[in-house]
Ligand binder design. Structure first.
Ligand code: PGA
Length: 262
């Protein structure tokens, strides 16, 4: 059976306003009149996460897309306080004001390059939930941790950081397992490795009270040519895509490869 797929594009520090407009035009053009248009919003939930400076352009461009055919809009980060003296930061109410319904939190680049801790990320997740913004919570082990057989300890620590949240709150989060060694390297996890980590995550989150039907995405070098194998795994509900999400064509090809659409 073909399941619902979450196809989320993390643009990172890429895409100017004009590139964003071009992406939306291309995206709508490819979806319109193809089997993708029936899937959008039902079998396929597509979202993009532009940099802050392109969010307004994305929001405007989405209004020019035929109804129901624009991707959901999210941001790549946010600060937990609603406003105040936090130079350089952007708040969750500000993201809502610009049309975002989702926000990526805890991406490994935030953890590794910008020193975000499990604790800070958990606070941000809580703040997003209070603001009714869907957090896309990223977690995953480094190569060193995997090679040292610490993968599941690390996933456990990162997920347990959310344990202060209520069962209902845990159920509103979208989780994205992203092994750090697979991000931007062209070396995806195998489908078995990704499945194993997602099964483990669902079990642990279930124990924390998160319920049965949690959404867990896989991220790390997802491309049209490995999408079918990864997305066919039953514990993987979709993909968080970096590099291959910058062009509407390769982004949509990921879903097409899974669903068998030419
Ligand atoms: P990648 O990035 O697809 O370019 O590996 C994934 C991510 O960091 O979300």
């Amino acid at each position: 059976m073909v399941k619902k797929i979450y196809l989320y594009g993390n643009w990172k520090m890429n895409m100017t306003r004009s590139e964003t407009e071009a992406f939306y035009k291309d995206f709508a053009g490819q979806v319109k009149g193809s089997p993708l248009s029936a899937a959008m919003g039902t079998a396929l939930e597509a979202a993009v996460f532009p940099p802050f400076t392109s969010l307004a352009a994305a929001e405007n461009a989405s209004k020019t897309c035929p109804k129901g055919l624009a991707p959901i809009l999210g941001a790549q980060n946010a600060y937990l306080e609603p406003k105040g003296a936090f130079t350089g930061e952007v708040s969750l109410p500000m993201l809502k004001d610009i049309g975002c319904t989702h926000v990526i939190l805890g991406h490994s680049e935030r953890r590794v390059i910008f020193g975000e801790t499990d604790e800070l990320i958990a606070q941000k997740v809580g703040a997003a939930l209070k603001e009714s913004i869907v957090p896309v919570f990223c977690y995953g082990e480094t190569l060193e941790e995997r090679e040292g057989n610490k993968t599941f300890d690390v996933l456990s620590r990162q997920l347990r950081a959310l344990s202060a949240l209520s069962a209902a709150e845990l159920g509103r989060i979208i989780y994205a397992y992203e092994p750090v060694w697979a991000i931007g390297t062209g070396k995806s996890a195998t489908s078995a490795e990704a499945q194993e980590a997602c099964v483990y995550s669902k079990k642990l989150l279930g124990e924390l009270g998160g319920g049965e039907s949690l959404v867990v995405l896989y991220g790390g070098s997802v491309k049209p040519d490995n999408a079918r194998e990864l997305l066919s795994m039953d514990a993987i509900d979709g993909a968080l895509v970096g590099g291959a999400s910058l062009k509407a064509d390769s982004f949509l090809q990921i879903y097409k490869a899974y669903a068998g659409i030419n």
